[in-house]
Design a protein around this ligand. Structure first.
Ligand code: ADP
Ligand code: MG
Length: 673
């Protein structure tokens, strides 16, 4: 049964640390609980049983008592608890209290402290361990308690002394040595002591992961032969001279990082990350020109035809003084155009191709592809990204992403790529006025939209779903489209856009919107991606509670791209909780801040998917919560490896051994000799 919890050795037992703590000072006397309150109590079961309801639901109920009084606890739909909770057991219960023939608690969580506790709170802080079927919390706690004093003195510190000495937790305190940390975790005198112990384990875990990733990057880079471009400069300098704006410092930095990768004989594999509107495109264009002036071909792949067209237009404008015209490669080419373009791509002529996934189709061959960029990279599958990278002569790769996340987190998530971040916006952009409006203000919001349209502007209204369903009372794009176009906007050009409309029709609609033939676009989140319509000034989002903050931020990024003031209105009656969540979005346009808030609320697994996020990689650390520790761990790992890339020095023997025991992969990365 212990094996099920991952506990096989005595060491595993030591590392089976509590997953949470209950602080006796927060335990309330049962008598003090009122309906509507949320509370934690400790009481002894004096009676229990399973009660069927008329609807066929079975409820496990127990009455618990402490010295102040008693209360009924009810677990709807969990009759099986009758087998694990006995009369005389002491329970720790957390949950909300309601009125149901008297006071009743519906526990969110419970811990069975067993029968020998007799209502007394065991110590000031109660360590709560992860348990499993057949192996109760009580038994695990007893087991650890019985062996802790024997095991702790056997623990040896393995972090290098200077690394440990330099690290600080979020309150600026030093980190405890391993033995102390484990004691603090299992038998804390206070919650804050337990947190101190946890900081140490979190730090060591982050440190190890950074060591492994850094080492993996080193090795894969040195194995990845690529093109060593030369610093020829004529095209890139000409572009710089003719740009209608000055590059931001962040853009200059990113271009330098990319150029330095491209000059090296190793193959570039770099992620360019920057908020909506931070100007990623131009950075990719400099890299593309660098390849072209070296006599190579460059390709930029975008997720939609429209976006590819937009990039092509940008290039036509910016490259005109250089005498370069991009080659547009999409699915809607005629057979003849396609043949012609295929021939050009397959030749050795230097050129810049921009297109959709048509670029990676089997029959698209490049004669001399030296650089490939993938815009909005998360929109492509792994295979498509890999396919572009496999064209030509193993081109240098640049992935572009608009999901802004903190650097240290990005480093933990995307361990295998190098990272450039645009953390600065081009100057002169006007803020988008953002507000949350209630249902009672609907008419005024729509009037405002009409006013903007009357002035020649355009707008979007976004819905969370395409069609209405019986299961929810959400407003849907299709139904609202009908009512908006026949009602308040009858005199306007209104169009509908959603994911079930075929891609070519969708592109057609977006083109008409771009060209100003459509005043109002009723849509779902399909408009989220990278499109730039400067004349659109209003974004109304219905049911804002249905969207993540980062998603709202992407949607808002569709307006505020021109010279006029722009607006984003969240429309709907939302609960106070949701309002609090949305207020982060309403009050800032900083994509990093929004992403951080979003990550904190929804968790990394939710945003990136369990596997991609590496959530599974961490037992003790939470790269978000432990952002500062993560930065320190990253720096410490860099420093250690810079001095001792193979970890072969004596002072690193402990780390090496621990790494090897914990991560099988490490064996391969740090080979002896
Ligand atoms: P994103 O990072 O979202 O892809 P884009 O590359 O589409 O952003 O750039 C958004 C807009 O900002 C474009 O119209 C672009 O021409 C403009 N832009 C880019 N860099 C600068 C700059 N340094 N100064 C002013 N405008 C810029
Ligand atoms: Mg873009």
């Amino acid at each position: 049964m212990l094996r099920k919890l991952g506990v096989v050795t005595a060491g595993d037992l030591l590392y089976h640390v509590p997953h949470r703590y209950e602080d006796a000072s927060t335990v309330a006397p049962i008598a003090s609980l009122e309906p509507g309150m949320d509370g934690t109590i400790i009481g002894t079961v004096i009676s229990k049983g399973v009660i069927p309801t008329r609807k066929g639901l079975r409820i496990f109920q127990a009455v618990v008592r402490d010295s102040s009084g008693m209360i009924e606890a009810a677990w709807p739909g969990q009759p099986f608890l009758d087998r694990s909770i006995e009369k005389g057991d002491t329970l720790l219960l957390s949950g909300s209290v309601r009125f149901f023939h008297g006071r009743q608690m519906v526990p969110r969580e419970y811990v069975n402290l067993g029968s020998d506790v007799d209502g007394a709170v065991p110590g000031k802080v109660l360590s709560v361990y992860r348990a499993t079927e057949g192996l109760s919390f009580k038994v695990i706690r007893g087991l650890i308690d019985a062996h802790l004093d024997v095991l702790l003195p056997l623990v040896k510190e393995y972090l290098p002394r200077d690394v440990l000495a330099r690290a600080r937790d979020s309150r600026g305190q030093g980190l405890p040595a391993l033995e102390d940390a484990l004691r603090m975790l299992h038998r804390p005198g206070s919650i804050s002591e337990a947190m101190q112990g946890m900081s140490r384990l979190a730090f060591e875990e982050l440190f190890f992961v950074h060591l492994l990733q850094r080492r993996a990057r080193q090795i894969s880079r040195s194995r990845r032969g690529g093109i060593a471009f030369e610093n020829k400069r004529h095209l890139t300098t000409a572009l710089k001279a003719s740009l209608p704006f000055r590059l931001t410092d962040a853009q200059v930095r990113a271009i330098r990082e990319i150029a330095s990768d491209m000059f090296s004989p190793f193959r570039m594999n770099r992620l360019l990350q920057g908020d909506v509107g931070s100007g990623k495109t131009i950075v990719a264009l400099f890299a593309a020109l660098l390849a072209v002036e070296n006599g190579f071909q460059a390709a930029i792949m975008a997720p939609t035809e429209l976006l590819a067209e937009q990039h092509a237009r940008t290039m036509e404008r910016l490259f005109q003084p250089l005498g370069i015209r991009p080659v547009l490669v999409t699915g809607s080419l005629t057979a003849r155009e396609r043949r012609e373009i295929s021939d050009r791509l397959a030749s050795n002529t230097p050129l810049i191709a921009v297109g959709t996934h048509a670029l990676v189709q089997q029959d698209t061959k490049f004669g001399r592809l030296g650089f490939a960029a993938i815009d909005e990279q998360h929109r492509f599958g792994v295979e498509q990204r890999a396919a572009l990278g496999a064209k030509g002569e193993w081109p240098d790769l640049l992935l572009m992403s608009a999901t802004p996340i903190p650097r240290s987190l990005a480093l933990t998530l995307y361990g295998e790529v190098d990272l450039s971040i645009l953390d600065e916006r081009p100057p002169g952009r006007k803020p988008v006025t953002t507000a949350l409006r209630r249902e009672t203000g609907r008419a005024r919001v729509l009037d405002f939209l009409e006013e903007q349209i009357a002035r020649g502007r355009q707008g979007y209204i976004v819905y969370p779903i395409i069609a209405e369903s019986e299961k929810s009372d959400l407003k849907a794009a299709t139904t609202m489209f009908e009512s908006l176009k026949t009602g308040p906007f009858a005199a306007r050009q209104v169009a509908l856009l959603h994911g079930r409309i075929p891609a070519d029709e969708r592109d057609q609609i977006m083109r008409r919107f771009r060209d100003g033939d459509i005043d109002l676009l009723v849509a779902t989140t399909v408009i989220e991606v990278g499109i730039d319509v400067a004349n659109a000034t209003v974004m109304v989002i219905e049911h804002p509670e249905r969207f993540g903050l980062s998603q709202l931020h992407q949607l808002r990024g569709r307006v505020g791209r021109g010279a006029d003031e722009s607006f984003c209105v969240l429309l709907g009656d939302v609960s106070p909780d949701v309002e609090a969540r949305l207020s982060v979005f309403v009050n800032t346009e900083d994509g990093f801040e929004i992403a951080r808030a979003d990550l904190k609320m929804r968790g990394m697994g939710d945003l990136f998917g369990e596997r991609q996020s590496g959530v599974a990689m961490f037992r003790f650390a939470d790269p978000l919560r432990d952002e500062e520790l993560n930065v320190q761990a990253h720096e410490a790992a860099e420093k250690v490896l810079a001095r001792d890339p193979e970890l072969s020095r004596a002072e690193h023997a402990g780390v090496r051994k621990a790494l090897r025991e914990r991560y099988a992969r490490a064996l391969e990365l740090f080979r002896v000799g």
